[in-house]
Ligand binder design. Structure first.
Ligand code: DNO
Length: 356
C-alpha cells in the first residue's frame, strides 16, 4: 500500500511541505479544483499539478475525484458528449502516468452529514449524522446549512455551483430509480474501459455515504451484494472500488473485512477511518483508533494486507482538535495521527506474517 493524504490544491490550508513531514506518507490524492464536472481536463493542467507535488517530494498517487456529470447519471442524450470529455480527461491523466481515479455515482450530491462540528467527550469536534434530521428537513435548506457551517472552506462534493441547482436536479432525477442509475453506471463504465485499459487506469468508485437512499434519491453502491453485482457487470480489473470504511460502515449490517476479502483484486484505493455508532442511523466520526469507535481497525487493515492490497490508502475524515481551523474532517493533526496509526498496524501485520 502507499500511504497518502488528501490535498486540496494550492488553496489548501495545509501545505505540501507539512504533508511531507508526516512519517510514511509518500503521496497525495488530489484533483484539478478549477474544473467543473463534465469539463475535459488537459494534459498541461495535470502536468502542472503533478509537478507541484513532485517538487515538494511527494507523488500524485491518484485523483479524487474526476466527477461524473449529472447528465451521465441521469442518462440524458447529452451524456455521450460528457463521456467523451471524461475520456479526454482520462487520456490526459494516462499520459501523465496517473493510474488511479476515484469517482462516485451518487445523484445530486455526495456524502451527507447533519452536523459538521459535534463535540466529542475529548473536546474535539467531528462530523456526525442523524437520520431524523435528514427526514425532517428540505434538501435546499440542508445544503445551505452545510455550506454555511464549513468554516468558509468549499467542501468536496458541496461545491456551491453544483448546489445552486438543487431543485432542478431533483426534478431531473425524478424518473431515475436504482435500476436505471445502475444501468447508466454500466453504460458509462463500458464506454471508458478502453481508455482505462490503454493507460492502465484503475477506476475506483466511492461507495454511497450514508449507505442508503437519502432525500428519496437512489443509492446503489451500499453493500457487498450490490458491489459484487457492479464489479461483475463490467468484469475488468480497471473497474474497481474505493473501499471506504466510513461510508460502508454507516450500515452496521456491512461486514467490512468480509467485503474487502470478497472484493480481492478489485479494491484500488482505501479510505480508512472509524465511526462511533449509537443506534441505526445515528453515528459520529471518531479517532482512527479501534478503541475510540465501533470498528476493529486491525481486522480492516489485516484484510487489506491479506488480500494483497497495493494501491493508495489514506486516513479519512479526522477530528478537529488542538485549536486548528480547518475544513471539517480535513485538518492536519488527526489525519496525521491516523496515517501513523494505520502505518503502525500495517507494519505489525506485515512483520508478524513474514516471521511466522
Ligand atoms: C468525502 C469524500 C467524498 C469522496 C467522493 C468521491 O470526504 O470521501 O467526497 O471524495 O465521494 O467521488
Amino acid at each position: 500500500m502507499i500511504m497518502t493524504l488528501r490535498y486540496f490544491g494550492p488553496s489548501d490550508s495545509i501545505p505540501l511541505k507539512y504533508i511531507r513531514q508526516v512519517p510514511g506518507v509518500k503521496g497525495v490524492i488530489s484533483t484539478l479544483y478549477d474544473t467543473k464536472p463534465g469539463e475535459p481536463w488537459t494534459r498541461e493542467a495535470v502536468h502542472a499539478l503533478k509537478t507541484s507535488i513532485e517538487d515538494a517530494g511527494l507523488a500524485l498517487s491518484g485523483i479524487e475525484s474526476v466527477n461524473v456529470h449529472d447528465d451521465i447519471k441521469i442518462g440524458l442524450p447529452s451524456r455521450d458528449e460528457y463521456i467523451e470529455n471524461y475520456i479526454r480527461s482520462l487520456t490526459a491523466l494516462g499520459e501523465e502516468g496517473v493510474r488511479m481515479v476515484c469517482y462516485n455515482f451518487m445523484p445530486v450530491f455526495d456524502w451527507t452529514r447533519t452536523n459538521l462540528a459535534k463535540p466529542r467527550p475529548d473536546g474535539s469536534t467531528v462530523l456526525a449524522y442523524d437520520q431524523k434530521v435528514v427526514d425532517s428537513i428540505d434538501p435546499q435548506v440542508f445544503f445551505d446549512q452545510t455550506d454555511a457551517n464549513s468554516n468558509g472552506f468549499v467542501m468536496p462534493g458541496w461545491e456551491p455551483d453544483r448546489l445552486a441547482h438543487v431543485k432542478e436536479l431533483f426534478e431531473a432525477y425524478k424518473d431515475v430509480d436504482s435500476q436505471k442509475l445502475f444501468d447508466n453506471l454500466v453504460y458509462f463504465l463500458r464506454a471508458i474501459m478502453p481508455v482505462c485499459n490503454k493507460y492502465d487506469i484503475r477506476m475506483a468508485i466511492h461507495p454511497d455515504d450514508p449507505a442508503w437512499p437519502v432525500f428519496g434519491l437512489p443509492r446503489i453502491i451500499t453493500n457487498q451484494e450490490n458491489i459484487l453485482k457492479f464489479l461483475h457487470a463490467v468484469d475488468d480489473v480497471h473497474n474497481g472500488l474505493t473501499f471506504c470504511t466510513g461510508s460502508l460502515g454507516t450500515d452496521l449490517n456491512n461486514d467490512l473485512p468480509g467485503i474487502i476479502r470478497a472484493c480481492k483484486g478489485r479494491i484500488h484505493f482505501a479510505h480508512v477511518r472509524n465511526l462511533q455508532h449509537f443506534a441505526p442511523g445515528l453515528f459520529e466520526e471518531a479517532a482512527h483508533l479501534s478503541a475510540d469507535g465501533t470498528f476493529d481497525m486491525y481486522e480492516i487493515v489485516k484484510a487489506l494486507y491479506d488480500t494483497g492490497f497495493d494501491g493508495p490508502i489514506r486516513p479519512d475524515h479526522g477530528r478537529t482538535l488542538w485549536g486548528e481551523v480547518c475544513m471539517p474532517g480535513y485538518g492536519l493533526y488527526d489525519r496525521a495521527m491516523g496515517a501513523c496509526y494505520i502505518n503502525g498496524l500495517w507494519e505489525a501485520i506485515e512483520k508478524s506474517s513474514t516471521r511466522k
